[in-house]
Design a protein around this ligand. Structure first.
Ligand code: NAG
Ligand code: NAG
Length: 399
């Protein structure tokens, strides 16, 4: 009963809906309820104030949010954050999304086409698929970010154009399957220079999310891809299966990890979200249990004072990619909590959100890359939207 309820309820809105808990008797008093509601509305206020600031970085011409040029994959993440807020129930986010989703779809796609889908495309690669899809480029992870964004846009609008775009992106992603190091894994780029776990974990996530949305006749194809990709990935050196977390990319020369390999928060977040969706797609709770294990490992090994922290990176000078990472983990945690809530996830999200707001803010609502603080610039849409994921996750989990 518990598991059939789980899968039925989860199928509808895996990313947001809390599942019915059996055997838990509501014992909160009215006063406690009010406290919880107040706390939730504080997180909502913070997230909405930050959203207002985020939109000042929105470039109407390119449909992208200004961060590190060309702000491509980061913008997919910023749009995902906005859509999450719509799903959590922000009227402000909904109003913005009503115009920003269709505008971004058109303008950012046109930007990429104008730029010739230029990012790291191998000359030898057949680009007919790319010409058909304004969101294709030479990086398999970039396509994964946009595929996730358009899946979510489909979730909130019901518009099949977005789902079709995500499916086309996934079709292009399958051209990265099979590397020099493994027949069951992904290249990171079409030029075949690197193997990196973010490409594998996003491939799993996109496949599993698509499986839960496409028509019945296509479902097993996507679910099979996700199962196969997870099977290949968990056996690769990039997954520390004994400790349940995603570590670094491997060398294509040696097919091994480098010295002192360390992972990032975002590939773990994409994996957690992918495993939750895979568990829903297949009805197999083992994937969900693995997602719980990954979440617990990351909360332990990638945090400081109980607040999420990117390992081995100077948080004040984190380079161009890392500021975006932590939010991706918070989204994964939020989805896991929605599917199978645990108090420790809520406490973790609240600690992150409190620290982001109290220690990592400049002015009214400008958020930086170091969630433990103090605030560091440069302020732009990347660290800012990532920190917003932390606020939104706390809001969602506090309700
Ligand atoms: C679906 O989305 C596309 C892309 O934004 C848009 O052109 C189209 O008008 C939308 N369809 C409907 C029925 O809203
Ligand atoms: C991968 O394998 C192909 C075909 O064997 C080879 O041409 C290429 O140089 C290899 N790439 C690397 C980075 O080792």
């Amino acid at each position: 009963m518990r598991s059939s309820l789980f899968f039925l309820a989860a199928l509808c809105l895996e990313s947001i809906v809390a599942l019915p808990q059996t055997g838990i008797i509501a014992s909160t008093t009215a006063a406690q309820h009010t406290q919880v509601n107040n706390k939730a509305s504080i997180y909502q206020d913070h997230a909405e104030a930050a959203l207002e600031r985020l939109q000042q970085w929105y470039n109407h011409d390119t449909g992208l949010w200004t961060s590190y040029s060309p702000s491509w994959w980061q913008s997919a993440n910023a749009l995902t954050t906005l859509i999450d807020m719509v799903q959590i129930g922000s009227p402000k986010a909904k109003k913005i999304a009503d115009t920003v989703i269709p505008h971004t779809f058109q303008a950012a796609g046109a930007f990429n086409v104008r730029e010739g889908h230029r990012l790291k495309r191998a000359a030898a690669v057949d680009n007919t698929k790319e010409e058909k899809n304004p969101y294709s480029n030479g990086y398999y992870d970039d396509m994964g970010w946009w595929a996730m964004t358009w899946i979510k846009a489909y979730d909130v609008t019901g518009n099949k154009t977005y789902l079709a775009t995500a499916e086309a992106l996934f079709a292009d992603m399958t051209t990265g399957w099979g590397t020099n190091c493994s027949a069951e894994g992904m290249w990171w780029d079409k030029q075949h220079t690197h193997v990196d776990p973010i490409a594998d974990t996003l491939f799993i996530e996109v496949a599993a999310w698509l499986a839960n949305r496409v028509q019945a006749d296509k479902k097993s194809r996507y679910a099979d891809w996700a199962v196969r990709a997870w099977d290949g990935f968990r056996r690769s050196p990039m997954y520390v299966s004994g400790e349940h977390y995603v570590t670094a990319g491997i060398s294509v020369q040696t097919c091994r990890l480098g010295k002192n390999p360390h992972g990032y928060t975002y590939s773990n977040g994409a994996l957690v979200s992918g495993l939750v969706a895979l568990s829903i797609a297949t009805g197999n709770r083992d994937y969900l249990q693995e997602a719980h294990k990954v979440a617990h490992t990351i909360m332990k090994i990638m945090s400081k004072d109980g607040v999420l922290r990117e390992p081995n990176i100077n948080q004040a000078h984190p380079g161009q990619a890392a500021p975006q990472f932590k939010g991706v983990f918070m989204r994964g945690l939020m989805r896991l909590h929605a599917a199978d809530p645990r108090p420790e996830y809520r406490e973790f999200a609240q600690r992150c959100a409190d620290s982001i707001w109290d220690k990592n803010r400049q002015g009214a609502a400008e958020l930086g890359p170091d969630w433990n603080g103090p605030f560091h610039g440069p302020a732009n849409a990347s660290p800012h939207s990532s920190a917003m994921d932390g606020l939104a996750a706390a809001w969602r989990m506090t309700e």
